[in-house]
Write a protein that binds this ligand. Sequence first.
Ligand SMILES: [Zn+2]
Length: 257
Amino acid sequence: MELKWFGTASVMYQEGEDKLLFDPFFPLNKKLYQPSLAEYAEVKHIFITHGHFDHLIDVPKILAKGQATVYCSEIVANTLQQDGVESDRIVILNPGDSIETGPFTINVIKGRHIVFDKWMLFKTICNYRMLVYHANFRKMLKVSSKFQEGGQTLLYQIKTKDKHVVHLGSLNLPEDQVYPKNMDMLLIPLQGRSDLNDYTMPYIKLLEPKTVLLHHFDDSFPPVSSTVDTKEFSKKFKECFPEIELIVPRYGEVVTI
Ligand SMILES: [Zn+2]
């Protein structure tokens, strides 16, 4: 299996000719890598982890350009339908569901959204970047009430004949679930807290992955997002888990699992 990271939480998995796309988004930060609409629109199966705008806002545009079906929670389905997406393009998922397509089996597991900490919120609001990126901020404020997470974050276990990946779109887990362990790769979004270097490690310990791949660490929707220092994170990670490989991907790079 191969994967490609496009920035933010946008990830594509590929096995042979078959592709799955997760949370496709075009960064508001135009200084960053801009994914191609044509490449997104080629994929037939789009999965959404949760309904926040940086995971969902561009999906109607991608659906209009291609023939994809989108798989998502009920609240996400409602948001998409408000944006004019026909119901026959949407499959509503619940935890426990399983989708088979081509070489992939995708198991749906109940997830949980990260809780933004107060220091993170303070650093974001009391920052000159609010002035620099005021147009972005106004745009995000305008859409924030529409793009609700609503307690319906999903995480996905993706299996092929010989590989096993767990994909997180937000870094948190409800306590009442049994999670897969020892996956070949665990995808972790690194965004949304000021203490990520300490906060993340118990999740790695719990899930015991063979490899961790980071995503969502880039400043794709300033002033709300920020660039996370992956070098500092890597240092701490290697101290805690010397036996686990850590991958910090580059935009558009193909990573083999
Ligand atoms: Zn979110």
